[in-house]
Design a protein. Structure first.
Ligand code: FES
Length: 81
């Protein structure tokens, strides 16, 4: 299995309308933070999540969160560039 790619060391904060979303877990999507199918052959699967009412979310971009797709602050503990 390939390692997820760190997209950024901060969450992407965005307003979402109600609906179903697929969060990119591999960090290779051209439509990040959403899956575009680029994970094919990586052994990494996107995470589906539901938004039931319009809300502001903080989506993980470092791919180290323990609560995908949401930021849990794990980016603060990452080392290296
Ligand atoms: S493109 Fe990254 S999980 Fe699908």
């Amino acid at each position: 299995m390939s390692e997820p790619r760190i997209v950024a060391r901060e969450p992407m904060v965005m307003d979402l309308e109600p609906g179903s979303y697929w969060w990119c877990a591999c960090g290779r999507s051209a439509k990040h933070p959403f899956c575009d199918g680029s994970h094919k052959d990586l052994g990494i699967q996107p995470v589906r999540f539901e938004v039931t009412g319009k809300r502001t979310v903080a989506l993980c971009q470092c791919k180290a969160t323990g609560k995908p797709p949401f930021c849990d602050g794990s980016h603060a503990a990452l080392h290296g560039s």
